[in-house]
Design a protein around this ligand. Sequence first.
Ligand code: UT7
Length: 332
Amino acid sequence: MRMPPEVNKHVQVAGTGSALPERIMTNAELSRMVDTSDEWIVERTGIRQRHIAGEDESTASLAWQASVRALEAAGMQASDLDLIVVATTTPDLVFPSTACLLQAKLGIENHCPAFDVQAVCSGFVYALATADNFIRAGQARTALVVGAETMSRITDWTDRSNCILWGDGAGAVVLRAAEEPGILGTVLHADGRYRDLLHVEAGVSSGLDKSRAVRMQGNAVFRFAVNTLDQIVDETLTRFGLQKSDVSWLVPHQANIRIIQATAKKLGMSMDRVVLTVDQHANTSAASIPLALDTAVRDGRIRPGDVLLMEAFGGGFTWGSALIRWTQQGGA
Ligand code: UT7
């Protein structure tokens, strides 16, 4: 690892990338597996389809594809990286971390640190905050931050209240130290008392033979998510001295369109200022924000000077936000 001599003032996103498995599962296909319908799923969640990883795909392989695209967009080589942070709830292995598997796939031999962050659906915001702080502290000048998941591997395909929600994919951003912002700030929170509302029973220490399917009391999680995101929007804007009207784009975690609509309403934003991918990708947990971000950057909606508000809520419970003033992509 190269040792930067001093703290860095600001951190910018230099490039974004994403990856989705080829296989698409529509609501019509799901309705042949469980007692549900396209109408119910679209009305209650906004989801129309999800991507499902094939046998030859994994969290690490999706993370690798997204990372290659983000590095290309940033005009950087993998060997330029000082840090790799991967947010995932569905790692390929117990260990090594998916970040280490990714480092090897990228062919990086510079010994940069690589580790995973586990904050379920808030994972990307947690990973972004971690890398932002590493760079500001002068421990890195560049970082690769990835959200990658194969949620289909921990989905109970017989549980209609749950299996309709999840999808697979990965999104990545390359961060770099800069003279101008960039990332204006991040806010992170957790409350560990709600494990029963959203969890997976299986675990290394508590038993790998237990159920590895996501268990969720959807309605209770829904209400908690809406209230909590309502509060974090205010907290974030106040902490970093911005008004609701300063936000150009909401780039939310894509759990359920009704949760996203509630946050947009709170911000006084029309839905055409919200990046929505939940209809196409479903809930890809830690991958959903970087997937949505890359979609809107590549189709030209997000432009330099725009202010982005990212927010997420997930198992733990965990929740968090990031405010970013968007800057030119590619080499500095
Ligand atoms: O990503 C991080 C955290 N996760 C979330 O933020 C997800 C939060 N929760 C949700 O998105 C929603 O709660 C769900 C989409 C999971 C469920 O929607 P809901 O509107 O909260 O439904 P519900 O669980 O209250 O169920 C309402 C009814 C029930 O029938 P009865 O008891 O009223 O007759 C369910 O049995 O809908 C029924 N139902 C379904 N019907 C058709 C539940 N799932 C289905 C289904 N198809 N797939």
